[in-house]
Design a protein around this ligand. Structure first.
Ligand code: IPM
Ligand code: MG
Length: 359
């Protein structure tokens, strides 16, 4: 029986990059025996326009039934004026939360062909291969109470709550230790334990869990230092594990080391083998609909889906190899262009990957 994949193109450049990702899935179906059925759904601003809410119940039902979800991006200035509970981003956060997709894997890998596109000198980033494990369903993005209240003197005050229970910390650290065990065996847990109680507990839980993973070396780092080390000497890291907000920030930072945020996929997993796959870049409304966006992060998200949800590591490898071959051939979207390469648009980049997959 074929696995159901829910496709949520979302907003901005989401639909364009998703079109290319689906072409890749179609080719794998036709030529390589991949058994999947793609089901389209609405999320974010697109869902607000059609139904009034960013995560319609129908989308949530489809998401619950599907084996995996492939997501483009959500949000854009068109929906900025909307009530904050119904913004496009809320739909994404709610979907992550309702499916309990607590483990967010964000690889930051430098393709050797793109060393010139990195903001750092090539020798600092050559061979870069970091995995950021971000806690995705807790912390300050979800903590209660939250809101904007009016004080007695009439002044308004915004407030959020950073809260982590032991079980939430333990389960994300377990994923991180296991990930490190399968890679270079080094785990750096990033916190702000010198100031925030929630992350003092985080550090304690990390220490006690470390005993169960003697093959992994655990180190702790404050988030401010981690941000600095990422741009000073990024190759010191193997696996980083951190809270929802710190992971959001550090993963964008790490993305830049690899040349472009337009290259990086991510996987968000729950405890029952379901996964959601999305590029880590946003909806880029400024370039939407102009055939400028880089579809490679979306295509590489398909590769992560093949590996983590569909048990087809062989096809994941094929997709990654095809992307490498296309970069070797000198094709570049605007975000990764450099001298001596040929600039192409979103669709032509997708064409090239599909062609490379045929061989
Ligand atoms: C990300 C994004 C989201 C997040 C936004 C769109 C809600 O920045 O996936 O990193 O903050 O998690
Ligand atoms: Mg982000």
């Amino acid at each position: 029986m074929s696995a159901e994949i829910l496709i949520l193109p979302g907003d901005g450049i989401g639909p364009e990059i998703m079109t290319q990702a689906i072409r890749v899935l179609d080719l794998l179906r036709m030529d390589h025996g991949l058994e999947v059925e793609c089901i389209p759904g609405l999320l974010g601003g697109a869902a607000i326009d059609a139904t009034g809410v960013p995560l319609p119940p129908e989308t949530l039902n489809l998401a619950r039934q599907s084996k995996a979800i492939l997501l483009g991006a959500v949000g854009g200035p068109r929906w900025d004026g909307i009530d904050r509970d119904r913004r496009p981003e809320r739909g994404l956060l709610q979907l992550r939360s309702d499916l309990d997709l607590f483990a967010n894997l964000r690889p930051a890998v430098l393709y050797p062909q793109l060393a010139d596109a990195s903001s750092l000198r090539p020798e600092l980033v050559a061979g870069l291969d970091i995995m950021i494990v971000r806690e995705l369903t807790g912390g300050i993005y979800f903590g209660e109470p939250r809101g904007i209240r009016t004080l007695g003197n009439g002044e308004r005050q915004g407030f959020n709550t950073l809260v982590y229970s032991e079980h939430e910390i333990e389960r994300i650290l377990r994923v991180a230790f296991e990930t490190a065990g399968r890679r270079g065996g080094r785990l750096c847990s990033v916190d702000k334990a010198n100031v925030l109680e929630a992350t003092m507990l985080w550090r304690e839980v990390a220490e006690s869990l470390a005993k169960a993973f003697p093959q992994v070396t655990l180190e702790h780092m404050y988030v401010d230092n981690a941000a600095m080390q990422l741009v000073r000497a990024p190759k010191q890291f193997d696996v980083l594990v951190t809270t929802n907000m710190f992971g959001d920030i550090l993963s964008d930072c790490a993305a830049m080391l690899t040349g472009s945020i337009g290259m990086l996929p991510s996987a968000s997993l729950n405890g029952s083998g379901q996964g959601m796959y999305e590029p880590i870049h946003g909806s880029a409304p400024d370039i939407a609909g102009r055939d400028l966006a880089n579809p490679l992060a979306a295509i590489l998200s398909v590769a992560m889906m093949l590996r983590y949800s569909l048990d087809r590591a062989d096809l994941a490898q094929r997709v990654e190899t095809a992307v490498g071959a296309v970069l070797d051939s000198g094709l570049r979207t605007a975000d990764i262009t450099s001298s001596g390469t040929r600039s192409v648009g979103t669709a032509e980049m997708g064409d090239a990957v599909v062609r490379a997959l045929r061989f």
